[in-house]
Design a protein around this ligand. Structure first.
Ligand code: HAM
Length: 479
């Protein structure tokens, strides 16, 4: 055999070997493919545990409000409602579910809230509905629908309840949160803008929470279109340095760029033209009046020419309430989020089919206020807590206990009980933990004698009193 033949023979063998190897590899791969895959582990989010059993868990961004959190919450809501009543606001409750269109036409189709954050679905009747992301549009709907423009104006409403936004959860940002709010419909007076800002200062001062109130004017549609042109010209010259989101906003909603949290955008914005210099005469006059009223009422505020707010319906005055970082607090500015915000919305009612009706309002985020109260160690005054604990021992006492307890409550006394516990020792422990001033003790002998024991929790002193004179005796000791 010639050398060349040998070489070609051996090379063709090598080729054949190679082919075999490739085939085997291929086969191997194919074989690998048919190996049955183990079922994928269910992610924890699916609420299924390793044994494929359902283990219920809270949805992301939602929050259980446990008994331990209730006293601070009740305290906060009581303070808010008391102050709202004192300012002449009347409570209004609207449904959580509304037509999607209501928010599309008011909050605005281009806003993050409507575009990205609404929990919406088609109901069984085929209607597109949404769990409210805010209250203002609902209040306006109710105002129009119930013909409230026929009542003496302005109308002042307050409300509180849950709102829902599908946001990325983080500290102070939930998907279900609670708002408290005020709305004044039917007045264009600058005094009203000042009144709701003053409400905020009074409320947060009273709560002992330091705040920073930021105020701006967005003018009317007329001022805004002149400003918009100027702003777009300026921003176009910095387009390349803007974040991708703002580059998009530049086309559709350039004013929102003023609100961007990106540091580079903020730097560009800090040299941008200011809306306040573009206000028409009427809007300027209105804003000057608002500021004069605020000064008159000693409200401390800061002018923020770049405050725009993220909802479409605002005209003229807008404001936000921010927490202030205490000297000893270890947290950065970025961990702060607005406690509340609001402003005037003079064209919203008309745009939803009502009469031309100026209006203004605000909303606070209750979770954010509660979080701030915790951070700042705000004291929840004991006066809100019950001052009396009612303990009962034995069957005959149990029968009378509810009646007496009810009588005390109907007299406006703040009484607590824990009738589920039968031993006196356990009940006294609860009374002690509550820090009440007096404990009433009703046992078998007392029922027989028509008396009740009043125990002074501080001194430990116990006295039998006539049960028919109980209320008088309690009031005497609570003075
Ligand atoms: P807003 O600025 O969208 O305004 O919300 C008001 C407040 O609700 C915020 O300042 C914040 O405290 C709280 N909040 C908003 N989103 C969340 C969230 N995901 N988690 C926790 N808290 C949140 C309005 O809603 C307007 N309706 C205010 C208004 C009333 N303007 C005129 N009248």
């Amino acid at each position: 055999m010639s050398r060349t033949k040998k070489v070609s023979q051996s090379s063709s063998r090598a080729e054949a070997d190679n082919k075999k190897l490739k085939k085997r590899k291929k086969r191997k791969v194919t074989r690998k493919k048919v190996i049955p895959r183990l079922p994928k582990k269910k992610k924890k989010e699916d609420s299924w545990n390793d044994k494929n059993k359902y283990s219920p868990q809270l949805l992301r961004g939602m929050k259980d409000i446990l008994p331990a959190e209730q006293s601070a919450r009740d305290y906060l809501l009581k303070k808010l409602t008391d102050l709202a009543n004192a300012y002449g606001f009347k409570k209004i409750i609207t449904p959580i579910l509304e037509e999607s269109k209501l928010f599309e036409k008011s909050t605005g189709l281009d806003t993050d809230v409507v575009k990205k954050q609404m929990y919406q679905f088609t109901d069984l009747g085929g209607k597109k509905v949404v769990v409210r992301p805010e209250f203002t549009p609902s209040i306006v709907r109710a105002y129009i629908e119930h013909g409230m423009f026929n009542l003496p104006q302005p109308l002042k409403f307050f409300y509180w309840g849950p709102a829902f936004r599908y946001e990325r959860p983080q500290s102070g940002r939930y998907r279900q949160f609670h708002q408290f709010g005020l709305e004044v419909l039917g007045s264009n007076q600058a005094l009203i803008d000042a009144e709701i800002i003053l409400f905020s200062q009074t409320f947060f001062n009273d709560l002992n929470l330091p705040i920073n109130i930021q105020v701006n004017s967005l003018g009317c549609a007329h001022c805004r279109s002149a400003y918009r042109e100027e702003l777009v010209n300026y921003l176009n010259s910095h387009k390349k340095s803007l974040c991708p989101d703002c580059q998009k906003r530049l086309e559709k909603n350039p004013l929102r760029i003023l609100d961007c949290k990106n540091l580079l955008c903020q730097d560009i914005v800090s040299r941008a033209p200011q809306l306040i210099n573009f206000l028409c005469k009427n809007c300027e006059k209105h804003f000057t009046k608002v500021l004069e009223c605020l000064d008159e009422a000693n409200v401390v505020y800061q002018l923020n020419p770049y405050l725009v707010r993220g909802l479409d319906y605002y005209t003229r005055t807008v404001f936000e309430i921010w927490p202030v970082i205490g000297e000893k607090e270890e947290r950065g500015k970025s961990s702060l989020s607005a406690l509340g915000g609001g402003g005037r919305y003079d064209t919203l009612i008309e745009s939803l089919g009502g009469r031309e009706t100026p209006a203004a309002g605000l909303s606070y985020g209750l979770e954010r206020i509660l979080q701030e109260m915790k951070t700042k160690n705000v004291r929840i005054y004991q006066a809100r807590a019950p001052q009396i604990f009612f303990a009962q021992v034995g069957e005959s006492a149990a029968r009378h206990a509810l009646r007496i307890f009810n009588e005390l409550q109907s007299q406006g006394l703040k009484v607590a009980e824990n009738f589920g516990k039968t031993s006196l020792k356990a009940q006294m422990k609860v009374a002690d933990e509550m820090g009440v001033k007096l404990t009433l003790i009703l046992g078998h002998q007392e029922v027989k004698d028509k008396t009740i024991i009043i125990r002074n929790m501080k001194t430990g002193n116990q006295e039998h009193v006539d049960v028919n004179k109980l209320i008088k005796e309690i009031k005497k000791r609570l003075k």
